[in-house]
Design a protein around this ligand. Structure first.
Ligand code: G3I
Length: 352
């Protein structure tokens, strides 16, 4: 009798507690476990920006890319400087290999990007020609690339970052030589080259700057009324943990959806050290990053499902994030650490 009482009084509660703790740890392990792909937890595609050199040379990078994500955006390979380095000389070897490899792994590819003010080859920058000459040069660029991947790339960022913070059009060489119609022309040419492809306008800051967002929404709504084939908007979502106005982000997503554009969160990363200070990574910031991602996903999931084109992260490991090289600062904006160990943000994503 005394033994039984001891069993119920002391041993069983301990056993129960131990089971609970193991259960919790198991849950945590399941969420962070790489065995189950991240994309399998999501009703919409989960994409990643892919660096071609790392894809070829870093086996762990390649493994995570093809097992965790189900869509890829070429981080640089399809930008004009890489794909058409000389006039009419297209660098298909690498782009073909990139596409074939990812397709063989059942990944979708989102083309990035046809028209931008950066990463253009010198010949394009110095191109001599009147307006008609510029137009046929741009048309050829778009026709060649979109046409070649007609059956394998079914969505494109046609124009990237054409607006300024104040909502005006950026003074780039396309605007200078073709005029503001370069945007609608680019969309029409991309559509002619592949009528099946979903076509996007992609920009940064739209999630937090209502002036820019409204200008973009207005501009593309007007184009659509004129019959220009534009399917969606890409909100890049380069954000940081110190931006806490999640209502504003939610509102931005709702506004885009209210105008019936497909919505792509197209280049997501969440900086922990936006001001580039001396910085020591800590658990609180990692948790804030995970919580912020959770809230962004929740807001995204609250828009109409048929407008949820997907969420794309701008890289795999912190080590290779553009933020470190571009701003020359220590930062940890992505889902995996330097050793490809999943971070809390990755584990949290699996709870959505
Ligand atoms: O290819 C050259 C190589 O030949 C040279 O040796 C090396 C030396 O630095 O540079 C290489 O080019 C770099 C290129 O990435 C490819 O690695 C450029 O310096 C570097 O500036 C370039 O950065 C890219 C950046 O766009 C250019 O603005 C980033 O990787 C890429 O993540 C970033 O992506 C953009 C999106 O396309 C649009 N939205 C913003 C986003 C972040 O800037």
């Amino acid at each position: 009798m005394r033994t039984l009482r001891r069993l119920f009084g002391t041993v069983l509660p301990f056993m129960f507690l131990a089971m609970l703790l193991t259960g919790c740890r198991k849950n945590q392990l399941d969420n962070c476990d790489l065995q189950t792909p991240l994309f399998s937890f999501s009703s919409f595609p989960i994409g990643v920006a892919v660096d071609d050199l790392l894809l070829q040379n870093d086996s762990m990078y390649q493994h995570i890319c093809v097992t965790q994500f189900n869509r890829a955006s070429p981080e640089n390979l399809f930008k004009p400087a890489f794909i058409q380095p000389e006039e009419n000389l297209f660098n298909w070897i690498e782009s073909d290999r990139f596409v074939e490899f990812l397709q063989s792994k059942q990944m979708r590819i989102h083309g990035h990007t046809l028209v931008w003010h950066q990463q253009n080859p010198a010949w394009m920058d110095q191109f001599q020609g009147d307006r008609t000459g510029w137009e046929s040069m741009l048309r050829n660029h778009i026709y060649q690339i979109v046409g070649r991947y007609r059956s394998s790339i079914l969505s494109w960022d046609v124009v990237n970052e054409a607006f300024m913070e104040d909502g005006s059009l950026r003074q780039n060489f396309w605007l200078q030589h073709i005029g503001p119609t370069y945007i609608e022309k680019a969309f029409r040419w991309a559509h002619e080259a592949n009528p099946e492809a979903k076509l996007f306008y992609n920009d940064y800051g739209m999630e937090t700057n209502p002036t820019k967002r409204n200008a973009v929404i207005q501009f593309f709504s007007n184009l659509r009324l004129k019959g220009v084939p534009i399917d969606g908007l890409g909100l890049q979502m380069h954000v940081d943990i110190h931006f806490t106005d999640m209502i504003m982000i939610e509102k931005a997503l709702q506004e885009v959806a209210a105008h019936h554009f497909l919505l792509h969160l197209s280049e997501v990363d969440i900086s922990l050290n936006p001001l580039g200070k001396d910085y020591t990574l800590n658990n609180k910031d990692l948790k804030d990053q995970a919580d912020m991602m959770y809230r962004i996903c929740k807001s995204y999931k609250s828009i109409q499902p048929n407008l949820q084109f997907g969420i794309t992260f701008w890289g795999i490991s912190d080590q290779h994030s553009w933020i470190r090289s571009y701003f020359n600062r220590l930062d940890y904006p992505l889902l995996f650490d330097e050793n490809y160990v999943p971070k809390p943000i990755y584990c949290q994503l699996k709870k959505i």
